[in-house]
Design a protein around this ligand. Structure first.
Ligand SMILES: [Zn+2]
Length: 148
């Protein structure tokens, strides 16, 4: 509820700023906070709609060995190359997806600049969405085999 006479934009600024404080102080996964250090910028974005697979990459909750191991769905937290498998490993390091990383190499993307650079163009974001669905569909398919 807002007090009479307080402009709406000012109220929203306060809400976002309180949220930013909570965000910065560990109520989100460390990985997600690293990707989205600035909530106001993220919430005000014009590009960058999320879907099932991009959400997995941004939260780390999905077909990643480390996560599946943590929730008891897999015995190992490692990928087939014996590395700890989490969202960061999947996007930036896993040898397996090297052929899909052209945008990362070309734009020198890192976990710290990824989201703000992706938000700057539809092409960048489309690349990220395609990367997410290609890689995660493949990982999900593997999980189905793994469980048998
Ligand atoms: Zn790997």
């Amino acid at each position: 509820m807002r007090a009479a006479g307080v402009p709406r934009a000012e109220v929203e600024d306060t809400v976002v700023s309180n949220w930013q404080t909570a965000w910065s102080s560990a109520q989100a996964e460390e990985w997600t906070r690293r990707l989205i250090p600035n909530l106001k910028e993220w919430l005000g974005r014009e590009k960058g709609g999320l879907n099932f697979h991009t959400t997995q990459l941004m939260t780390g909750h999905g077909s990643f060995g480390k996560y599946l191991n943590r929730i008891g769905k897999r015995q190992t937290s490692r990928c087939p190359y014996r590395q700890e498998d989490d969202a960061e490993h999947t996007v930036f390091n896993c040898y397996r997806w090297e052929g899909l990383r052209h945008e990362i190499r070309h734009n020198n993307l890192t976990p710290d600049n990824l989201v703000s650079l992706l938000m700057q163009s539809n092409n960048n974001w489309d690349w990220f969405s395609n990367f997410a669905s290609t890689v995660l569909k493949s990982k999900e398919e593997e999980e189905r085999h793994y469980r048998r």
